[in-house]
Design a protein around this ligand. Structure first.
Ligand code: CA
Length: 240
């Protein structure tokens, strides 16, 4: 398998070096940016397989870099590192389109487990869907799992990797209701117990992108007291 390239944007030298050391040990190619300006420059300089973004940085902070990437429709997986456990930092990071986050202090083992889980999920999705041309239609919503494209009335919708995986998970089990713990388990995978609010913020963001009226969702509907489901597809193409 081709070597994965990871950008680490972290201003605390001890943490940056420790992360880089362990990631290189795992066979990843690592570039370290030690402030926000350097981070911003590197983030756009090439394609990355993953960006680890510390939130508090000299110069542009991690949130600005995340926002800048997403504004440019760059959907590289982003894992935010935050030193504040406050809800605001967490939710802000996710609202801006980060895929995951860890609160400092975290163990290297935990970080590696998260990164591996993220890559495993991406690989599994790629393997599972590459050879087949699979698409699901729910009303005007069209989800293509091989090209990872989502269209509404033929207009393309930009989703982050995690938003797409969440939508795809619903699409693969049409009409089935999932609670937040089940969604965390299936879409986020290992090590996310207790992060149920993450599901809510992703559902809200996804609805903002695909629903004509978020107050009355037509596609991803809330089943009160239970969870969420995707309305039953009108047409399901082959191989789904
Ligand atoms: Ca910092």
């Amino acid at each position: 398998m081709k070597q994965r390239n990871i950008l680490v944007v972290e201003d605390e030298p001890d943490i940056a070096d420790l992360i880089a050391l362990h990631l290189r040990d795992e066979g990843f190619a690592v570039t370290v940016a030690r402030d926000g300006h350097e981070g911003m420059r590197h983030a756009f300089a090439r394609e990355w397989d993953l960006v680890l973004l510390d939130i508090r940085l000299p110069g542009p902070d991690g949130l600005s870099i995340c926002r800048a990437l997403r504004t440019e429709k760059n959907y590289v997986p982003i894992l935010m590192l935050t030193s504040k456990s406050s809800e605001l930092d967490r939710v802000l990071g996710l609202e801006l389109g980060a895929d995951d986050y860890l609160v400092k202090p975290f163990s290297i083992g935990e970080l590696l487990a998260r990164i591996k889980a993220l890559f495993r999920r991406i690989d599994a999705m790629t393997r599972k869907h590459q050879p087949e041309d699979t698409s699901v239609c729910v009303g005007a919503l069209q989800i293509n799992s091989s090209s990872r494209e989502v269209r509404i009335d033929q207009a393309s919708v930009d989703l982050t990797a995690r938003e797409f995986d969440l939508l795809l998970h619903f699409a693969k089990h049409p009409g089935r209701v999932f609670n937040r713990a089940q969604l965390l388990d299936s879409v986020w995978g290992f090590g996310h117990e207790g992060y149920e609010h993450t599901v809510n913020s992703h559902i809200n963001r996804l609805r903002g992108k695909i629903e004509p009226d978020c107050n009355q969702p037509r596609y991803i509907v809330t089943v009160w007291g239970v969870g969420y489901k995707l309305e039953t597809p009108v047409v399901a193409a082959a191989n789904v």
